[in-house]
Write a protein that binds this ligand. Structure first.
Ligand SMILES: N[C@@H](CCC(=O)N[C@@H](CS)C(=O)NCC(=O)O)C(=O)O
Length: 227
């Protein structure tokens, strides 16, 4: 299987299936394609030749294309059952986990657009992002994330949202000072993603590679060249 991903510094969509498959020990060949938005960019040409979405992540299994991170996460079914408690979950627990995944996947537009993933983001980026938007818009998103994580952790007893690993990551390096925005249990769950004892070595590997990339996309980095 080949997993096509974008730049590790920016592509949080690519991170999701990459992390899941890495953590579950599912073998895949990583194919990194430098992100590009123009129709005639090498990125678009490469991706459109492989699948109609023209986006990453994209999984190719024996010539069969699967696009969209949720569909990819569900494809190697072993991955989910080996990394979560879903094997023992009741239908209601499964439904609740699915609701949260879907809500994370398609929601939080304000938070997402204000703080797009940028692992190497500088404080200047975050200051610009804070200044660029009315705080209340993404505050509402954060409030909902705090409530969602808090309730799931209370119900499962942790250490992750549904007991074992569930992947979620956006607040890191977003300059959001989680202590001010998340209740202690949700803040601790956020830190656990990076803690060595969480055995999320895959995440730390991705982060290391993102920081080593130094392949900045100008559209995502205006603060590097403008005051
Ligand atoms: N809903 C999709 C979103 C994928 C997506 O938007 N990926 C971005 C990179 S992070 C992309 O390929 N953008 C190229 C474009 O917008 O043309 C998923 O979950 O995979």
């Amino acid at each position: 299987m080949q997993l096509y991903i974008g730049n590790k510094n920016y592509s949080s969509w690519s991170l999701r299936p990459w992390l899941l498959m890495t953590h579950a020990g599912i073998a895949f060949e990583e194919k990194k394609v430098r992100l590009g938005w123009e129709d005639d960019s090498p990125f678009k040409k490469t991706m459109l030749a492989l699948a109609p979405s023209g986006r990453v992540p994209l999984l190719i299994d024996d010539g069969f294309a699967i696009w969209d991170s949720l569909a990819i996460a569900e494809y190697p079914g072993r991955a989910l059952s080996r990394t979560s408690t879903s094997g023992r979950a009741t239908p209601k627990q499964r439904a609740r986990a699915r609701s949260l995944c879907a809500e994370m996947h398609s929601g939080f537009a304000e938070l997402r657009s204000t703080f797009g993933m940028n692992i190497e983001a500088t404080p200047a980026r975050d200051r610009r992002a804070h200044a660029a938007r009315e705080a209340w818009r993404w505050h509402a998103d954060l409030k909902r994330i705090d409530a969602m994580w808090h309730e799931a952790l209370e119900a499962s007893g942790g250490p992750f949202l549904f007991g074992a690993l569930q992947h979620r990551r956006r607040l890191l390096r977003a300059g959001l000072h989680p202590r001010a925005h998340l209740r202690p249990a949700a803040g601790a769950a956020r830190r656990r993603v990076r803690a060595p004892h969480a055995r999320l070595a895959g995440f730390l590997e991705w982060e290391r590679e993102a920081l080593a990339e130094h392949d900045w996309i100008p559209e995502d980095e205006p603060y590097r060249t403008q005051a």
